[in-house]
Ligand binder design. Structure first.
Ligand code: MSP
Length: 519
């Protein structure tokens, strides 16, 4: 569906040295839900994800394996594309920073910054953490139990002294503060916004934006001894995908500036301080919003390869199902907060909410219709207050979700849907259509129609979160692909009495934990 409104949402691009884990799956999932929702709502959407393939960290990993970095990145970048297809992400483009289009965009942005006087040559002497690909000031460092100096993230740091180009970040401090002030929604959540503002108020130093001690990256135009700082290279990906430096490109005109950069809290500073400063310096429009989500821990423990507690998204999908995984990740934790991954909580959510609350509601309603209304959409009689109340609450959901998803409040959106799902369960229990079958079959038909019509609204919205299950519900309501956009939401496109419905089938299976054998 194309419309005049456009929406551009991006994920961070992932370092290829890691195997994709739950944290990576989470960031992209959140963007996927937004992209799907906006498409259903008639927007022209561009959803971008990809891989960050340059820098010292990737070079080191390739060398450790004894292979050429290009061969290495070709191989490992595929893991992220595989994850995207397993999770059914609906991205429109997958960018790799080793692509020629990206190197061209980096070179163009660099030249522009040089032309505008924001890049100058100097010498860097300071701390660098390869794991974070970040420079740290002495004052930010901590001492590890073994006496070594570490970054606030826990990453080891090394002392670096080399010729370097600098970006005049200090010159942008006041302009950044003014921008945050004039655009209160630019950084979310609020607590993170305050952190960024106090960081910038604390004073900004010029940023080293090139390195000379390794080769794996984009060469600095006109001085190929230097490799561009991997974060300047990486951040530029958001522009590359729009066709930049061709600012006349159709994609650039339709989609830049981005509506939303979704990031984890660990990389907010790069997106909310450095990136807007680069763009201001280049006199390019700034993205509208950066949202920093929290981190998952495994049953309360930091997820790390060395602890061997990495949560594998493939395993989750294989064991519990894709919809179940997508649902749990966005439902369990208020988006923005850190979250504890617990298997028990996962099984509880999928069984009580997806299988019982929603799955059973659909199953009960549709099997009663199949048995008692000859498998056709039932007839609607005179609506009583309780019916109107049920329908009104379902019909009001779209506006509520629009507002919540524009704030990236996924958990609130799912809760709003569940208020209606629970109301529908209470309605069916109270109306007891199974008894009406004998006493008042006409009334039974009305009740079943109200339920089916409420379920239609829920399923339309749930397509963004659980595309497979929601699609199956819509199939069972006899709705074709052209009857699934949000333009069909609400009473104008209500289910038509007498339409044939296919035989009902289960939607969301329960997960039965293996019986624990007690001795
Ligand atoms: N390459 C940079 C991003 C460049 S964007 C111009 C990078 N890559 S990353 O692969 O290390 O991380 C990508 C994302 O995964 C980050 O947003 C990070 O917050 C997220 N997560 C990694 N581990 C996570 C959890 N345990 N929980 C939630 N998200 C986490 O940084």
């Amino acid at each position: 569906m194309t419309g005049s409104r456009s929406y551009y949402v991006t994920t961070p691009i992932y370092y290829v040295n890691d195997r994709p884990h739950i944290g990576h799956a989470y960031t992209t999932l959140a963007c996927d839900v937004l992209a799907r929702f906006k498409r259903l709502d008639g927007y022209r959407v561009m959803f971008l994800t990809g891989t960050d393939e340059h820098g010292q960290k990737v070079e080191k990993s390739a060398h450790a394996k004894g292979i050429d970095p290009q061969v290495f990145t070709d191989e490992v970048s595929q893991n992220f594309r595989d994850l995207a297809s397993v999770m059914k992400y609906s991205h429109d483009d997958f960018i790799r920073t080793t692509e020629p289009r990206h190197k061209a965009a980096c070179a163009a942005l660099w030249k522009r910054l040089v032309d505008r006087g924001d890049i100058y040559a100097g010498k860097y002497a300071g701390w660098y953490a390869v794991r974070d690909e970040a420079f740290y000031a002495e004052s930010e460092l901590q001492t590890a139990p073994d006496g070594t100096r570490i970054a606030p993230t826990g990453a080891p740091v090394e002392w670096v002294e080399e010729p370097s180009y600098f970006f005049r970040l200090s010159a942008w401090q006041d302009k950044l503060l003014r921008f945050y002030d004039e655009h209160p929604d630019f950084i979310a959540p609020e607590s993170r916004r305050n952190e960024v503002i106090s960081f910038v108020q604390g004073g900004l130093q010029d940023l080293s934006v090139s390195r000379t001690t390794f080769r794996w990256g984009v060469p600095v135009p006109g001085d190929s001894e230097h490799i561009m700082y991997v974060w300047l290279d990486a951040l530029t990906n958001y522009l590359t995908a729009t066709g930049y430096p061709d600012t006349g490109h159709e994609r650039y005109k339709a989609f830049w500036p981005a509506d939303l950069h979704m990031v984890g809290k660990d990389i907010l500073r790069f997106h909310a301080v450095y990136w807007p400063a680069f763009l201001m310096a280049a006199d390019l429009p700034l993205p509208k919003r950066v949202f920093a989500h929290g981190w998952w821990t495994n049953e309360g423990q930091k997820i790390s390869k060395s602890l061997g507690n990495v949560i594998d998204p493939y395993e989750l999908v294989g064991t519990f199902g894709l919809d179940q995984t997508r649902y749990f990740l966005l439902r369990e934790v208020p988006f923005g907060n850190d979250g504890v991954f617990s298997r028990q909580a996962f099984v509880r959510r999928m069984n009580t909410e997806l299988a019982n609350d929603l799955g059973n509601l659909v199953q009960r309603t549709l099997s009663m219709i199949a048995k008692n209304c000859s498998g056709k959409v039932p007839e609607v009689g005179v609506l009583e207050d309780s019916d109107r109340h049920m329908l009104d609450s379902a019909y009001s959901l779209l506006d509520v979700l629009r507002e919540q998803l524009d704030r990236q409040a996924f958990h609130e959106a799912l809760e709003s849907i569940w208020v209606v799902v629970r109301a529908a369960n209470a309605y069916v229990d109270h109306q007891a259509p199974w008894s009406l079958r004998k006493t008042d079959p006409k009334r039974m038909e009305t009740v079943l129609w109200v339920l089916a019509e409420s379920i239609r609204q829920v399923a339309l919205l749930m397509q963004a979160f659980v595309p497979d299950g929601a699609g199956r519900i819509l199939d069972q309501l006899g709705l074709g692909q052209e009857q699934r956009g949000f333009d069909t939401f609400g009473p104008r496109f209500a289910l038509v009495t007498g339409s044939d419905l296919p035989a009902p089938q289960g939607i969301f299976p329960r997960y039965a934990e293996e019986e624990v054998v007690r001795s």
